[in-house]
Design a protein around this ligand. Sequence first.
Ligand code: NAP
Length: 521
Amino acid sequence: MTITGENFVAGERRGSAGTWHAHAAASGEPFGEAFAAAGAGDVADACAAAASAQPVYAALPLSERAAFLRLVAEKIDELGATLTQRAMKETGLPEARLNGERGRTVGQLRLFADEVENGAWQQLRIDHADPARTPPKPDLRLRMVPLGPVAVFGASNFPLAFSVAGGDTASAFAAGCCVVVKGHPAHPGTSELVAGAITEAVAEAGLPGGVFSLLGGTEHTLGETLVTDPRIAAVGFTGSRGGGLALMRHAAARAVPIPVYAEMSSVNPVTLMPARLEEAAEDLARAYVGSLSLGAGQFCTNPGIVLAVESDALTRFLIAAKDALADVGGQTMLTTGIHKAYTEGAERLAARSGAELVGLGGEAPGTCGRAQVYSVSADAFLADEDFEEEVFGPASIVVRCADLDQVAAVLSGMEGQLTTTLHMAEADHEAAAALLPVLEKLAGRIIANGWPTGVDVTHAMVHGGPFPATSDGRTTSVGTLAIERFLRPVSYQDMPEALLPGALHDGASGTLRRIDGTYET
Ligand code: NAP
């Protein structure tokens, strides 16, 4: 597939007069073909096409919807090395990581295909009528229906798994929603290749072109225009807190406000319980630095804050972390903008009152990020809320607490998080149990004896959390539960069976249903 720099509007390539370029992550230099910036007319056409395709796509038998998702996966697989090579140049991420991410992306599409066929997400419920009751009880039948066209904002840090055909798109398609993607300007060629694969799948499946569009550009007005288009029914976003908040404001100010599922900032506090720290300080330190520096620290689940009680074991941990950091070389960051934001954020962190340098990674030339760890007393941490600011990259801070009560006080005062972690030995279990209610309030995922980087795509995964980790902590952007973001319930009262969806007929079988309060298949 050739990269032309055009947008995809409802199955057609559009906008050959390119005005902006991809930049090589390693040098920051522009390269290759010029990309066309989508204008207001392109947004309007993509949204109109999505609105007209929406009833057709939503009415597709679930087996055909699942087959479409599997076809998208197959088309992305077929892009092979072309996709990996392009993504490497645009993002600076290594080949093995991107091949793994492609596997995750197609695996996610196939998992959602299975989920569509399973059908339990429809939440089918039947409450039979009881005319003898006073007052008479009506016949009520419920199922979930798609919200309508979804605007998806791809993330910079996962150019495949959280981008054009990433989790937001896969879950929206699975829910029966058409998708208009606003491509991330940091990887336009990668986005175009994937959009080409989806567009081919749409055509091959015989679906209307409006099921999918990709719009690219470098001005915020493009995203604003998309979110405020009256035909868009929901938004999926992964990126900065500022970007997510801006889109939430636009969505709330519409004549008809719509939900924005934004995944924004998280520092993922990790607590080292005393007995575990005592028995494994050095191993924990090495694993911490490994998790922190993975992918140049550009993970939303990066361990940005570690908490532990002051002790000799904590001193051992800090010394071992310093040693481990010395072996971490600088790694190319995703964009010059992210590199600049990281460098400035790390400088602010280093300059905060009470911050003490623990250790630095090796020199980081050009657009590479230098790993760094600081420590601070819990008193100083509690006195300056800016210690909690996400520094997107391989920087982290260890909070030295007087005792476990102070650990609990620090965790209780923190903003919402995607994850929080407990490292504990059996001797720590009683104290850990006392912390659990604090952790449940704090984060969407509580990890025991692991590190937060690494998010499995499964049925029980939660990649979400209270604000500002996400705009809506009631849901997740990873895993099959993500489908619920793009659905809403409809109840049919006393509806003649001939007019009811087949899955709500009395005799229908094969899908989990709740009939008069009891679950049945
Ligand atoms: P970003 O600047 O928020 O951009 C994400 C997407 O939103 C882009 O398509 C961007 O396109 C659009 N956008 C941003 N601000 C907007 C606004 N005010 N109105 C309309 N659209 C807007 O995120 P990024 O480029 O990926 O990285 C920047 C920072 O985000 C990082 O330094 C990091 O702090 C954070 N980040 C966090 C995560 C996470 O998972 N927590 C992941 C990635 C990045 P345009 O700029 O073209 O409008």
